[in-house]
Design a protein around this ligand. Structure first.
Ligand code: ZN
Length: 308
């Protein structure tokens, strides 16, 4: 079983200027759940003046919690965001840490040392909660494969930060190719080396972008080294600011198609998933959607592995 984590309501929506109405976000989440999606990153707890698109994240989290078996994930840039995520009842929180310190300063306006202080404070906050109410705490290493400002990010840097995140109290780390720099050989190498430092269970997910068309190739590389969770965005919503015509995140529809065609179970009904796109088209008429499978349709005779 491969877990697809839909990140469109966060990564997709934060990359566009159109604001999706709360009702449409709810319809999107409900439709993806009905198609079989079981993890959705529904928003980010950032100040509304920075990202008005995500100002209703608390409400979205509370709504999404109503779906049985759905892991409701949210991004938290800092301690304050984590408090809000806990109050709303998120099941999983991810604090992004740019492996490139220049990127970290630009993105979160914090040095690595400052981010680690936030991580420790968040871990302490989580410890005060009863275990059943404690969200899973992930440290997301962004720009892990390269940075648009610093260029090459040394592997040693990523390894030491992964180790530091775990020591500061994260339950797991994730690797993000924020900039679309990764290639399959690099994916395999970095996953192996990070796991050698933090342990196999502490790295299960990859967040890949398709900036240079290598998104699915990088997924395959991740599969080969035992990665079981992949982030993707329906319709590749948001696109890529650096590469017109390219989706930003991997397109969920194409990812599910590849995995299911390979005989790997995602638990997602692809025909149902393809219909969810209409919700985005109607709610965001000015935004481009991406993906090959939605355009070409399913191949004749295509059947999914599991009965549903
Ligand atoms: Zn991303």
């Amino acid at each position: 079983m491969i877990l697809i984590s839909e990140v469109g309501p966060r990564d997709g929506l934060q990359s566009i200027s159109s604001i999706m109405p709360l009702e449409a976000k709810k319809a999107w989440i409900a439709a993806e759940y009905a198609a079989g999606v079981r993890e959705i990153e529904v928003g980010s707890f950032v100040p509304a003046k920075l990202l008005p698109q995500l100002a209703d994240t608390g409400e979205v989290v509370r709504y999404a919690r109503g779906f049985n078996g759905l892991t409701v994930a949210a991004l938290v840039p800092n301690f304050k965001g984590a408090e809000a995520a806990v109050a709303a009842g998120a099941h999983k929180i991810t604090l992004p840490l740019s492996a490139s310190e220049t990127h970290s300063l630009k993105n979160l306006r914090r040095t690595h040392a400052q981010v680690m202080d936030e991580v420790r404070a968040i871990a302490q906050l989580l410890q005060t909660l009863p275990i059943a109410e404690r969200p899973k705490f992930e440290g997301g290493l962004s720009t892990a494969f390269g940075c648009t400002i610093e260029g090459i990010v040394p592997v040693e840097k990523v390894l030491s930060l992964a180790e530091a995140l775990m020591a500061a109290g994260c339950d797991e780390v994730g690797l993000s190719d924020t900039t679309g720099y990764a290639n399959p050989t690099q994916v395999k190498d970095l996953v192996r080396r990070v796991r050698a430092v933090v342990g196999e269970e502490a790295l299960s997910g990859l967040h890949l972008h398709n900036t240079r068309g290598l998104g699915l190739a990088n997924v395959l590389a991740g599969l080969e080294v035992g990665i079981t969770t992949f982030d993707s965005s329906l319709g590749g919503l948001g696109g890529c600011p650096f590469a017109p015509g390219a989706s930003g995140n991997i397109v969920t529809e194409d990812l599910v198609f590849m995995l299911e065609a390979m005989g790997l179970d995602t638990g997602i009904d692809l025909s149902k998933l393809l219909h969810v796109r209409q919700i985005l088209q109607e709610a965001l008429p000015n935004e481009a959607l991406y993906g090959f499978t939605p355009e070409a349709g399913l191949p004749l005779g295509f059947e999914q592995t599991a009965d549903r």
